[in-house]
Ligand binder design. Structure first.
Ligand SMILES: [Zn+2]
Length: 111
């Protein structure tokens, strides 16, 4: 099993960013209308709310990107092109986009 196979654990998306009547606070609602979070009055409240509300879609796009990236081909990492034959074909370079993508996905799951 890879990190892209991990079952979704969060409330199903899409989520919506819904402003309070005076638009100072923002609710994050699930697709079922369940209140998931409240973004308090801060200078960037709307932008923060919209980013959080987009999280399920962003996660899904990232998973799709990783899933459809070319697999290990030859001795080179398909994401960064490094020679991986000394590492068993699995890239672990901190600046590899494939490694960073998988690390970002792992941050969204619980153990
Ligand atoms: Zn790599």
């Amino acid at each position: 099993m890879t990190d892209t196979d991990v079952k979704t654990q969060h409330s199903p998306g899409p989520w919506k960013a819904m402003p309070s009547s005076d638009r100072t606070e923002w609710w994050i609602d699930s697709q079922d209308g369940e209140d998931l979070a409240l973004i308090y009055e801060l200078p960037n409240a709307e932008a923060n709310a919209r980013l959080i509300a987009a999280a399920p879609e962003l996660l899904e796009r990232l998973r799709e990107h990783v899933l459809h990236s070319p697999g290990i081909c030859g001795d080179n990492c398909p994401s960064c092109g490094r020679d991986n034959k000394d590492f068993g074909g699995i890239c672990d370079a901190e600046d590899c986009i494939g490694v960073m993508d998988r690390a970002a996905i792992a941050k969204t799951t619980t153990c």
